[in-house]
Design a protein around this ligand. Structure first.
Ligand SMILES: C[S@@+](CC[C@H](N)C(=O)[O-])C[C@H]1O[C@@H](n2cnc3c(N)ncnc32)[C@H](O)[C@@H]1O
Length: 193
């Protein structure tokens, strides 16, 4: 089995972890999921990538490392303080667009190009408005969600929600689906038609 330390973490990784502690952000994306995201993003040339749930910017940092020069990544979060932090780290990157807006509102008004990859890490696009998010993918595009393994600190009803999401995704015949019992529990879907 490989060692976690052999993963090439983003250059800003340590600074972002320190920022998490400074501001008390408790929901950063797991290092393995980040590494997977980077690898998947790097498989798409001139990629158009969407992240729902910028958070402190950890998954964003990984994905940015996978972007080629002509790629574009938009990341949406409704927390202005978190978007400000992300802008401090990534605001100078012309490939990256950081949006402070409710994810549902953003998904419903977006009418731009379809995406090669969507990382749905907020409620919208995962537990609501999922059809809207899936419709925004190109054929061959990837939809990824994490945090699917049951956690002891999940609030009442969350396990049923997660289970309903898995059932819903499994019924989408226009996607191939893989469930990974790995990291925090990951689902990867590829749009096939
Ligand atoms: C699991 S965290 C994202 C972690 C992030 N990917 C990272 O690695 O730092 C979920 C994020 O979704 C955001 N969020 C929650 N509800 C939202 C909504 N309705 N619209 C947009 N963002 C939302 C939260 O502010 C939070 O930053």
């Amino acid at each position: 089995m490989y060692q976690m330390d052999t993963l090439n973490r983003p250059q800003v990784y340590e600074a972002l972890v320190a920022k998490c502690q400074e501001v008390g952000f408790t929901m950063p994306t797991d290092v393995h999921v980040g590494s997977l995201l980077k690898t998947l993003v790097a498989s798409k040339r001139e990629a158009n990538v969407l992240e729902l749930g910028t958070g402190i910017g950890l998954s964003l940092a990984w994905m940015i490392e996978g972007l080629d020069e002509k790629s574009h990544l938009v990341s949406v979060d409704n927390d202005a303080a978190l978007i400000t932090i992300a802008k401090e780290f990534f605001g100078d990157d012309p490939r990256v667009e950081l949006v402070c807006e409710d994810g549902t509102a953003w998904l419903k008004r977006y009418n731009g190009a379809r995406f090669d990859l969507i990382f749905a890490d907020a409620w919208p696009g995962k537990y609501s408005d999922i059809d809207v998010a899936l419709d925004l993918l190109k054929v061959g595009g990837i939809y990824l969600v994490d945090d699917m393994q049951v956690q002891p600190d999940w609030p009442d009803g969350h396990e049923e929600l997660a289970s309903a999401l898995v059932d819903f995704l499994a019924k989408r015949e226009d996607f191939f689906m893989s469930k990974l019992d790995w990291s925090t529990g990951v689902i990867i879907m590829t749009k096939r038609q």
